[in-house]
Ligand binder design. Structure first.
Ligand code: HH2
Length: 268
């Protein structure tokens, strides 16, 4: 699958009590659906519905509870906007696809068989470790090369197995220090050059606060936009964002200022 001409925005919709930024705000299905529709109206190409927080230290959620949270929201939104399901559980992904989701946003990079069997898209994200302990002392010899090799391996295997729409995501904040995150952003072009459309999620994440003087999650819009603009200028095809209207505006400006998207390997 080739990257879209304009960078897309994936709006974040966490139907959880404990997400690091919007936890509890969209737990009521009516509020979640209204927020999803508002993000679509603000220009989100995809609304990413999740029922289990992946923030560092988050406790796992059982499958029945995760289904209960996400399925009514997926079903209500999918006639109006493309919906991705942010899950690591095959059963939740399958049920969400049946409810109308057409993209599996997979932070475990393990659900390609589910996406392939259903004929929907798949986002393979890199992570090291699991949320309860993943920030305990993440170590890499060369974070950029290791993340890239992992993602390219997963993407090639999924594509060979028949998944037609494969995206890759470096997994900012998932088993990575602030320095790792910054290296991945600085050298994002080397991942883009592998030829798979790249998704990047920096929105409101902790390293933004750490780099920019300790701002709390709801006060990280400037850092979220700065890093989203950087990622899009490097060739990211989609950014995952809480603040959709501002990010869509930024995406339009990046497209206007940077001109047509570079092909993999092409220099400006
Ligand atoms: N980040 C989060 C969740 N899902 N999916 C992709 N593809 N890329 C990401 O960077 C990514 C993701 C974590 O952020 P959030 O959903 O806002 O918080 P929480 O996990 O606490 O619900």
């Amino acid at each position: 699958m080739s990257a879209p001409a304009l960078p897309l925005v994936m709006g974040i919709l966490n139907v959880t009590p404990d997400s690091f930024s919007d936890g509890g705000r969209w737990l009521d299905p009516e509020a979640a659906i209204a927020h999803g529709l508002a993000m679509a109206a603000a220009g989100a190409a995809v609304v990413d519905v999740g029922g289990e927080s992946t923030r560092p230290g988050a406790a796992p959620v059982d499958e029945a509870e995760e289904r209960r949270r996400v399925l009514p929201v997926v079903a209500a939104l999918s006639p109006s906007v493309r919906v991705s399901i942010d899950t690591t559980k095959p059963g939740v992904a399958q049920a969400a696809i049946e409810a109308g989701a057409t993209l599996v946003n997979d932070v475990s990079a393990s659900l390609a068989p589910v996406a392939g069997a259903a004929g929907v898209g798949w986002v393979a994200m890199h992570r090291r470790g699991l949320p309860p302990t993943m920030q305990d002392d993440p170590c890499y010899t060369d974070v950029v090369a290791e993340v890239r090799a992992f993602l390219v391996g997963r993407a090639e295997a999924a594509s060979a197995a028949g998944v037609e729409e494969v995206w890759v995501d470096p997994g900012i904040g998932f088993g990575k220090t602030a320095a790792h995150n910054l290296s991945l952003l600085r050298q994002l072009r080397t991942l883009v050059d592998c030829g798979w459309p790249v998704v990047v999620g920096t929105s409101r994440k902790a390293f933004l606060g750490a780099v920019a003087g300790g701002a709390p999650p709801d006060d990280r819009l400037a850092g979220s936009l700065a890093t989203a603009v950087h990622a899009m200028a490097q060739g990211a095809a989609m950014v995952r964002a809480h603040d959709v209207a501002a990010t869509v505006q930024a995406a339009r400006l990046v497209a206007a200022a940077c001109g047509p998207r570079l092909a993999p390997g092409e220099q400006r």
